[in-house]
Write a protein that binds this ligand. Structure first.
Ligand code: DGY
Length: 419
């Protein structure tokens, strides 16, 4: 056990640039990604707390005036990625994309703070970080739930982080793509096409992005005009937990974030309402068509991470989780292999992702100790056997996507060294 700890540290340091860390050392992702950075910060916290705080500070330095923290920050003007800052054209001091990603930063910070005694200078830095996270969460509440329903929307599949998940198949099928669309993908130059999203996915990603660009990324407009508007179970679960964690940390720092209470309880109630007794699982919602989206995605189990106040439901979720990968040696696959949309290799349509295992593990720890230990051991064993990759086959453990993958290294450090 833990035999790859030193290697994991080296991967993070090897991918580190000026104050932030690339998701990998190959050319697939040459910038700073939002949720990658948060996971990476947790990894650093086990051997360099200042790097951990700096990672978060650099990410939050890219926060827009309205509060949004972009999904990508292009610090060094690299244009080998598509879509790079020149095609997003957001016009910010730190060039960025014009959408966001799952807000895991507050939950990561809470773990870091629990593990460390901070000095005065570090505490001062944490206060600044917390204020920015609060502004980020307020942005979600204001602009991604303008009708005050208690559930927040994502307006682009890239915002979920699970880009080509089958959850988006139906909503994406309603998007009509401009025949003149003209762009050049770069991901296929450095990765295997059968492990990446399809052309039809990219056509739609760019169509939505162009719509946002046309509207100048005005957050007051995007919720209504976006051709894609989905209330996702996984994303709302992450946000609910993040708000609970932010509120708890704020008390220790004497910050008055009390107004979060109201959203938290509404969010929790509405999220519980997305559980379908009939289907015995959670359903996401396509707000454009008012259809439910019933896909057995591991991201639905981020609801365990949210620590829902309903023990009966949590028990049922764990029971279901145990059958998600009943026949596979490696788990968890992003999509249940028994489902028709499952694809062993294609990005978020089947492969095992370390961050998903980690989020589910966090949710299991206080609910089913034995199963959480099994998940932890299986996740560590997969990495110890195969190395630090972006994703893995649930059937063979074969590695896919980028190698020297930062969040796989960072989360391995947390699993191996957690207190
Ligand atoms: C990519 O380029 O595949 C990223 O996932 C988009 O955020």
């Amino acid at each position: 056990m833990s035999q790859r700890v030193e290697e994991a540290k080296k991967i993070l340091l090897g991918n580190r640039k000026n104050g932030y860390t690339l998701p990998t050392n190959n050319k697939l992702y040459p910038a700073q990604w939002n949720w990658d950075s948060a996971f990476i910060a947790l990894g650093y916290s086990y051997f360099n707390l200042d790097y951990a705080l700096e990672e978060l500070e650099t990410l939050l330095a890219g926060q827009w005036d309205d509060g949004m923290v972009p999904h990508i920050l292009f610090h060094d003007n690299d244009t080998t990625y598509f879509p790079n800052h020149k095609t997003w054209k957001c016009g910010k001091n730190i060039p960025s994309s014009g959408i966001t990603q799952p807000p895991v930063i507050a939950s990561i910070l809470k773990i870091i703070l629990e593990n460390h005694q901070l000095n005065e200078g570090q505490n001062t830095r944490v206060v600044q970080i917390l204020k920015k996270i609060k502004k980020y969460h307020d942005w979600f509440i204001k602009f991604r739930d303008p009708k005050k329903t208690g559930l927040i929307s994502i307006l682009h599949p890239w915002e979920s982080g699970y880009d080509n998940s089958p959850i988006w198949d139906k909503p994406m099928s309603n998007i009509s793509v401009d025949k003149e669309l003209n762009y050049q993908r770069r991901d296929l130059e450095v990765s295997n096409s059968e492990e990446r999203p399809l052309k039809k996915d990219y056509d739609r990603y760019i169509t939505i992005r162009d719509q946002f660009k046309e509207a100048n990324y005005d957050p007051n407009k995007l919720y209504d005009i976006s051709v894609f508007n989905v209330v996702d179970v996984g994303f709302n679960s992450i946000f609910l937990k993040a708000n609970k964690d932010l509120l708890e940390i704020s008390k220790k720092y004497d910050l008055d974030f009390q107004n979060l209470h109201e959203f938290i309880s509404l969010n929790e109630n509405r999220l519980l309402g997305l559980f379908s007794k009939e289907n015995n699982n959670f359903l996401s919602q396509d707000l454009k068509t008012k259809n439910n989206l019933n896909i057995p995605s591991i991201t639905n189990y981020f609801s365990l991470f949210a620590d829902l106040n309903n023990q009966e439901l949590n028990k049922k979720l764990i029971e279901n989780l145990k059958s998600h990968n009943s026949n596979e040696k490696y788990f968890f696959s992003s999509i249940d292999p028994k489902h028709e949309t499952f694809n062993e290799k294609r990005y978020w349509r089947g492969p095992v992702w370390i961050n998903c295992n980690w989020l589910v593990y966090q949710g299991l720890k206080n609910k089913d100790k034995e199963y959480s230990e099994l998940l932890k051991n299986k996740t560590m064993e997969l990495i110890e056997e195969k190395g630090f990759h972006e994703y893995y086959s649930c059937k063979s453990g074969n590695v896919m996507g980028a190698n020297n993958f930062s969040w796989s290294a960072a989360l391995y450090l947390d699993l191996a060294l957690e207190k």
